[in-house]
Design a protein around this ligand. Structure first.
Ligand code: SF4
Length: 410
């Protein structure tokens, strides 16, 4: 499906446009105005924002609705037939996420279709050059459209360094098949995390034809959902998703060469991350660099007296645990003064855990004999609190966004 990208003018010296300081709608229109969208005329174009979680605009979790509105308008004016689709993380309803993000409203006002991409059976797609991953279950809508536009939020990511236009395509994988990327065995002869190799494998068959990276409000620290919102008022756009990601990395104060899935993909020839080879407009774009705080390498530094044993968990479990810890970080040991240390386990791969470990999520069920167990896929924060306190929690929306997970009263 990626044999030819009609929007890409040069595979060796791709163009990337940066716009800053004019608000999300105008930034996006300005960035897209610098690209030739005329090849989209008469094409069916699928916009794939990041709406994998239930969150409101400004939290730095989901794509700003005005960025999506500007993308719909620009592509419709270019003569494309545009729709917006998402396959969210486990446990999230796509339509609820669209409504809460504000994207449902801007799409409906423009007569633009909204697609829950999980509603149809998937298309099985082999990955001939895969190293960690050899096939994908792709949402059928992605297969049906001529062009796909990745519209991620500019975020740091605990496990992959950053999550931008290349990784955002993971939201085109069908339902729970996304989880597979987090549970792969080590690749023989490589020290790299399997998920980073798997994202590069995914990019060999599933790359967007256009990247629009929303840096209106990004996320630093414990991204993709438990970090801090970072106001940037910047949008990056380009037809080479690797090049757009590389420019976004620089704006975030890091480099694509240090992001394994980008470095691996670029080395295989899936895109360009070498900044001198990328034609970035305007010339003074680096004036807008605003370094993002990196994710904590060790969660025990971020959450003293807590150790998280994370072995092959997926984003949904990670989000729940981090949001729980963020919500209760200080109160936890005040409420339970006899505790000195809390061990938490998530994911399928844990063995030999310390006695008393709190095992969270169905994947950790096999370790339940080592301590307390909170079932769920994904697990929810109210159940964690209930398990720990023996009392019901007043958390009502459970694990979807930091805003929705303010500390409850135990
Ligand atoms: S239990 Fe947790 S790690 Fe396992 S699939 Fe469900 S959400 Fe993911």
């Amino acid at each position: 499906m990626l044999a030819h990208n009609p929007l890409l003018e040069s595979a060796t010296h791709p163009s990337v446009q940066v716009a800053h300081g004019q608000g999300p709608y105008v930034n996006t229109r300005s960035a897209l105005a610098g690209l030739d969208l005329s090849p989209a005329r008469g094409k069916r174009v699928l916009l794939k924002p990041n709406v994998g979680r239930v969150a409101t605009p400004g939290e730095g979790i989901t794509t700003h609705p005005d960025v999506v509105a500007a993308a719909i308008d620009a592509l419709a004016e270019a003569g494309a037939d545009v729709a917006v689709g998402e396959s969210p993380i486990t446990g999230v309803d796509a339509m609820e996420a669209f409504v809460t993000s504000g994207i449902a409203d801007v799409a409906r006002k423009r007569g633009c279709g909204l697609i829950d991409m999980d509603r149809r059976p998937p298309v099985e797609l082999p990955i001939e050059r895969g190293v960690a991953l050899h096939e994908l279950k792709l949402c059928a809508d992605v297969w049906d459209y001529d062009l796909v536009v990745s519209i991620p939020v500019m975020k740091m990511h605990m496990h992959t360094g950053v999550t931008l236009a290349v990784k955002n395509m993971k939201g085109c994988l069908w339902r729970r098949s996304k989880v597979q990327l987090h549970m792969l065995p080590p690749v023989e002869g490589s020290d790299e995390k399997p998920i980073n190799i798997a994202i590069a494998d995914m990019a060999s068959v599933l790359r967007p034809h256009l990247a629009i990276i929303d840096g209106t409000v990004g996320m630093e620290g414990l991204g993709p959902s438990a970090g801090e919102a970072k106001v940037m008022d910047t949008v990056v756009a380009g037809a080479d998703a690797f090049a757009a990601d590389a420019v976004a990395c620089r704006l975030m104060g890091t480099t694509a060469e240090t992001v394994p899935h980008l470095a691996i993909g670029a080395a295989r020839g899936y895109g360009v991350i070498d900044l001198p080879s990328i034609c970035v407009t305007p010339d003074h774009w680096q004036e807008w660099i605003t370094p993002f705080a990196a994710p904590a390498a060790n969660l025990t530094i971020e959450f003293p007296n807590v150790t998280v044993f994370d072995r092959n968990s997926c984003s949904a479990c990670q989000s729940t645990v981090l949001l729980f810890l963020k919500g209760y970080r200080d109160q936890l040991f005040d409420y339970f003064p006899s505790w000195r240390h809390l061990n938490i386990a998530i994911g399928k791969g844990n063995v030999d855990l310390p006695e008393g470990t709190l095992c969270i999520g169905n994947c950790a069920a096999r370790c339940r004999q080592d301590g307390q167990y909170v079932p769920g896929c994904p697990p929810v924060t109210s159940e964690i609190l209930k398990t720990l306190t023996g009392k019901p929690s007043i958390d009502s929306r459970d694990g979807r966004s930091p805003r929705a997970n303010r500390p409850a009263t135990p």
